[in-house]
Design a protein around this ligand. Sequence first.
Ligand SMILES: *Cc1c(COP(=O)(O)O)cnc(C)c1O
Length: 217
Amino acid sequence: MSIKENLIEIKKSLPEHVTLVAVSKTKPNEALLEAFETGHRVFGENKVQEMVQKWETLPKDIEWHMIGHLQRNKVKYIAEFVSLIHGVDSFRLLKEINKQALKHNRTVDCLLQMHIAQEETKFGLSAEELNAVVGSEEFEQLQNIQVCGLMGMATFTENKEQVRQEFAFLKQNFESLQKKLPNIKILSMGMSGDFDIAIEEGSTMVRIGSSIFGARQ
Ligand SMILES: *Cc1c(COP(=O)(O)O)cnc(C)c1O
């Protein structure tokens, strides 16, 4: 199947309240344009330099989502145009995003990333760290960021029950956070291999790459 066919098929299968982020990392502009031609506008990248290059050369109405681990010293390159940063995992990063967003006179939407997997390699905050971030006095003073929800990645495993429990844990934390931040709406969880489970557990945003664009090198 072609990129177009994959994308249309997946979109049709998603409930209306679930947003699709087409994860185009490592793929050439031509691949993104093929998806773009179906009317799709939301793309996810995990490397700053690659995202900047694509932003510079592709149509300006694309919404760029940074889904990878973001280093503070690279925020300045994307602050002008990024529409959602999924992987915010420290207060220092949030402060830097706020600072760079202010320079461009904009508010940048962010998701706080929680560590939900039983793998050491995945970034993210614990429940305690999350509470410390949103509970701090300084947090209230950040005028140029908007926390819109949470993001998480489940363990890469065949054990579907484990994946489900990890997503359910993220959902619980999302609901507790809603008590403090009633406006949060986005729960970003689910990739090619597990987005069906993620949606059953309450995802509102799925990040799908290989099922649309094919396997990466
Ligand atoms: C690469 C990536 C995805 C997409 O992965 P697929 O398995 O190709 O769908 C989703 N989220 C993050 C954070 C990624 O880095």
